[in-house]
Design a protein around this ligand. Structure first.
Ligand SMILES: [Zn+2]
Length: 132
């Protein structure tokens, strides 16, 4: 796992901003992008996708995790989330739990936090039960 100083945060933030430009946010006009660096060096990204019902809205982190699996899986080691002006955005509670599963508590968020710091004592599914 690369250390924080080895991560090209400018590249990651740029990827997040590029994703934000593709957001579907006709209700809030709050365009969010997320970009993640995977453990094998790929950059995956996503944007928010709003829905008229609001409750069905997908956060940028959700579509980024979908892109993670679509592009081959693996683990996230670092994530940048940016708002409409390229400013860092802190993941919402639901996305923090999503990032626990996709990157683990050590995954670095917006250069200054880890998923574990943002969501201490996160829910983790117990080990699989024996099959016999
Ligand atoms: Zn979210």
């Amino acid at each position: 796992m690369p250390s924080n100083k080895d991560i090209d945060w400018a590249r990651l933030r740029t990827a997040a901003q590029e994703a934000a430009r593709m957001a579907y946010a006709p209700y809030s006009n709050f365009f969010v992008g997320a970009a993640g660096l995977t453990d094998d060096g790929r950059i995956v990204s996503g944007c928010n996708v709003e829905n008229a019902s609001y409750g069905l809205t997908l956060c940028a982190e959700c579509s980024m995790v979908s892109d993670l699996h679509r592009s081959g899986g693996g683990r996230l080691v670092a994530v940048a989330v940016t708002g409409p002006h390229g400013n860092p955005i802190t993941p919402c509670g639901r996305c923090r739990q999503l990032l626990v599963e996709a990157g683990g508590s050590e995954c670095i968020v917006n250069e200054v936090d880890t998923v574990g710091a943002l969501l201490p004592d996160a829910f983790e599914f117990p080990a699989p039960l024996p099959t016999s």
